[in-house]
Design a protein around this ligand. Structure first.
Ligand code: CP
Length: 510
């Protein structure tokens, strides 16, 4: 491994580049620096600092992640430490200097320009990089390049820039240079590697954080005029819903469309399952029709896990019997974080109702445990068995409703799921409501500011008073809206991981 430039040479080169930008901008006019994540952030921040001092005015700085506009989904895994686009000013009619550490083919710069234009209409866009390594595959160039490096096409260049000018910087090349997904010491960067999402039990705290980080990014995109991203263009997502659904089915459909995928929805009544075809044959036929992903809802626990084992394409579990509903837990915890703060550790979340037959409860118990929250399960003894405490040290079963609700930060109400019950677990719905329905008095036992949640569909007047469901404390419809962005994140991550797995397996065949 050869060191091409050291700290002093790099500092001088950055200074020269800042001088050139300042000279070109001396005539006035609004301009800002936007660093392309991740490599361009440190350089962009340093340039904005130098320019602010030189020009005796604040030069605004923002961060942009071009990931969703890249044309090479599946070319690299998504790091768990995902940097979101954060441009805290209006770029319209401003000149923007887009900053990256290295420019090679120009694909990242192309994606970054497209992302930038989703935020507004700048008057001018220029590119500034620390290293121009040549080998451009697109008709665009860096106006400002601090250093030029002459390398063969298969040689890597690695830039390490400290956030502060006083730190150690270097530009290296050679066979020992870490890949973009290794840190400077050569250690692998942790990435999302699941082609399928079957359970929350199988994913880590960092992976939940990554889904939420991407979902926050997608939420920003849904506030723009241009709501569609090109990430899954050319992919086909098949929604295979073998049980009724409104929220999950429609949210997955909108999520896939926002990512530019084509979507086909199949319900049990309109499928050949009613003519005796097995789930396996149905799924194999969908794969043979060149679908790229299956979103499965099924009455049998384990159905999604089974398809994930026999299919090449990614399988997303949209609810399997009383087992899991992973995307529901992801959107529920995302909504909690929006209201209760990003750190849920120590928060008391009470889940009230039919826990025994609830896939939503199971997925939330796993997700909340990983995020450090305390889970109180409440409801009739017959629907809330003590054994649920074995699911985690953070789980407590409480049959005294006042104790269960007291000081809770959130209460999640669950519907009685008659479709999964073979016998009645309480005398009547009227008695359930009298003993466990959330009403005004019982809601007053919650912490002030506590939120009321429900995965839906709600049965007004049974598990929750109609007025409370519509009150300012209820976030039930926000949960539904957040279902779109959390599912966009899951579709994006699993499509990317599946494309990498497919590329690796074809390499193995070679
Ligand atoms: N929460 C939920 O799964 O609702 P649907 O059954 O309408 O999808």
């Amino acid at each position: 491994m050869a060191r091409l430039y050291d700290s002093n040479e790099i500092a001088e080169a950055i200074d020269r580049m800042a001088g050139a930008i300042a000279k070109d901008r001396a005539g006035g006019g609004a301009f800002a620096i936007v660093g392309i994540a991740n490599g361009g952030i440190a350089l962009g921040r340093r340039l904005a600092g130098i320019l602010s001092r030189r020009m005796s005015r604040e030069v605004p700085f923002g961060v942009l992640n071009a990931q969703f506009h890249r044309d090479d989904i599946g070319s690299r895994p998504i790091p768990k430490a995902f940097m979101r686009t954060d441009i805290p000013f209006d770029i319209t009619d401003m000149a923007i200097v887009l900053v990256d550490d290295v420019i090679g083919t120009g694909r990242t710069a192309r994606a970054a320009i497209n992302e930038l234009f989703d935020h507004g209409r700048p008057s001018q866009v220029e590119i500034a990089v620390l290293c121009d390594r040549d080998g451009r595959g697109l008709p665009l160039d860096a106006k400002y390049a601090a250093l030029r490096v002459d390398l063969a096409a298969d040689e890597q260049v690695m830039v390490k820039l400290s956030p502060e000018p006083s730190g150690t910087d270097c530009v290296m090349t050679g066979p020992g240079v870490p890949s973009p997904l290794q840190d400077i010491s050569g250690s692998e960067v942790e990435c999302w590697a699941h082609k399928d999402l079957v359970t929350i039990e199988d994913i880590s705290r960092e992976e939940i954080d990554l889904v939420h980080s991407l979902a926050t990014s997608f939420k920003q995109t849904l506030e723009r005029k241009q709501k569609k991203l090109p990430s899954l263009r050319g992919k086909t997502v098949v929604n295979l819903f073998m049980e009724p659904s409104t929220r999950t089915r429609v949210a997955f459909e909108i999520a896939a469309k926002r990512l530019s995928a084509d979507v086909v929805t199949i319900t049990q009544a309109a499928s050949s399952i009613v003519k005796g075809e097995t789930l396996k044959d149905t799924a194999m036929n969908i794969q043979a029709l060149n679908a790229d992903m299956i979103v499965l809802r099924h009455k049998s626990a384990g159905a999604a896990a089974y398809l994930s084992r026999i299919l090449r394409l990614p399988v997303i579990n949209a609810g399997d019997g009383a087992h899991e509903h992973p995307t529901q837990a992801l959107l529920d915890t995302f909504t909690m974080r929006e209201h209760l703060g990003q750190d849920l550790s120590g928060k008391k979340i009470t889940i009230l109702g039919d826990i025994l037959f609830s896939r939503v409860a199971r997925s939330n118990i796993w997700a909340l445990g990983k995020l450090g929250a305390k889970v109180t399960l409440a409801g009739p003894n017959t629907l809330v068995p003590q054994e649920f405490e074995k699911l985690g040290d953070n789980v407590e079963v409480v049959h005294d409703l006042k104790k269960a609700l007291a000081d809770a930060d959130a209460v999640m109400l669950l519907r009685i799921q008659h479709e999964r019950q073979s016998t009645s677990h309480f005398p009547s719905l009227k008695e359930y409501t009298a003993s466990f329905g959330l009403n005004k008095l019982r809601a007053s036992w919650l912490k002030p500011g506590a939120i009321i949640m429900h995965p839906g569909p709600i049965n007004r007047g049974v598990e929750v008073d109609s007025d409370l469901a519509d009150s300012g404390r209820s976030v039930i419809l926000e949960q539904v809206t957040n279902g779109i962005v959390c599912r966009m994140a899951v579709l994006y991550l699993c499509a990317n991981a599946a494309a990498i797995a497919a590329a690796n397996s074809s390499e193995d065949l070679d």
